[in-house]
Design a protein around this ligand. Structure first.
Ligand code: MN
Length: 290
């Protein structure tokens, strides 16, 4: 099983650990981007403020472990999100949004993931879904919450354009056998504990990648004496995404020309991405590097 550590990146002045994309293989199923942020220091609360910015060709998956965030977008959505809930924003040809955490919460901790849209949907209309409750399945003494797609026959109500799974697992001490779809490739990202995957040690913020073909994965956690909290890991997977992607800034496209056009359309405010109700400043697109 291949393992690659996340690298540190910056989002709106806040350091994040970026697990995807990686080289040479940038995607896991249609998952093409994974940032893990926080937990922030409760004694010096941080407010994450990401002003209006555009997306195209992808869905953003926002998942919090602690804290709350406020989302507004060019569809008129105005939504607070709390731990255990899912915000899924699908860009299609273009959408814009702003996100702001609530510093009053003390601690902010979560992940933001992107799912690449396939050719069949990437030119379509944007949409936004908030799912306040998500299905869970029992895994040994632990459990899994299914954010997107399907795990062991339990399906998320969130819209998915390709065969996919995104789940948060809470592992009790001991072994947990996680059933997998053998047609999927998978990745495991531990949030806050060192775990064993089929006997191989995986530290937090390291992405373990599994090839298609496996129908189960044994995860072993030890109890955290300090917190007595279960180990939390993210499971991402899907049918290998075979469309060539160009990822530039907040755009997932297929060619440099498409990225140039999206950059121009956002910076000229042509209306392609719409407007966002937000007290924060619009984030300009940087010039493309080619
Ligand atoms: Mn965004």
């Amino acid at each position: 099983m291949d393992q690659q550590p996340s690298h540190v990146a910056e989002v709106a002045g806040m350091a994040v650990r970026r697990a995807l994309p990686q080289k040479p293989r940038r995607t896991v199923g249609a998952w093409c981007f994974a940032d893990h942020f926080g937990p922030t220091d409760a004694t010096s609360p941080v407010e994450m403020r990401v002003g209006p910015h555009p997306h195209t060709g992808l869905s953003t998956v926002t998942w919090l472990l602690e804290g709350t965030e406020h989302h507004t977008d060019s569809l008129g959505s105005d939504q607070w999100i709390r731990p255990g809930q899912l915000n899924l924003m699908t860009a299609g040809r273009g959408v814009a949004h702003a996100e702001q955490s609530n510093a009053g919460d003390g601690v902010l901790h979560g992940v933001q993931l992107w799912v690449a849209q396939p050719e069949a949907t990437r030119h379509g209309d944007p949409s936004f879904e908030h799912h306040a409750e998500l299905p869970q399945l029992v895994l040994g003494q632990g459990r899994a919450t299914v954010l997107l797609g399907e795990l062991d026959g339990v399906r998320s109500p969130a819209t998915a354009a390709t065969p996919i799974v995104g789940a948060q697992l809470e592992l009790a001490a001991g072994d947990t056998v996680v059933p997998l779809d053998p047609s999927f490739e998978h990745a495991v990202l531990s949030i806050d504990a060192t775990v064993q995957l089929d006997g191989e040690t995986l530290a937090p913020d390291v992405l373990a990648r599994l090839e298609p073909g496996a129908d189960q994965l044994r995860m072993t956690a030890t109890s955290d004496a300090a917190t007595s909290r279960p180990a939390r890991v993210m499971l991402l997977g899907g049918v290998p995404f075979d469309e060539r992607l160009v990822m530039w800034w907040n755009f997932v496209v297929r060619t440099h020309d498409e990225a140039d056009q999206a950059t121009e359309d956002w910076n000229a405010d042509t209306g392609r991405f719409g407007g966002v109700a937000s007290p924060l400043s619009r984030v300009p697109a940087p010039p493309t590097p080619w």
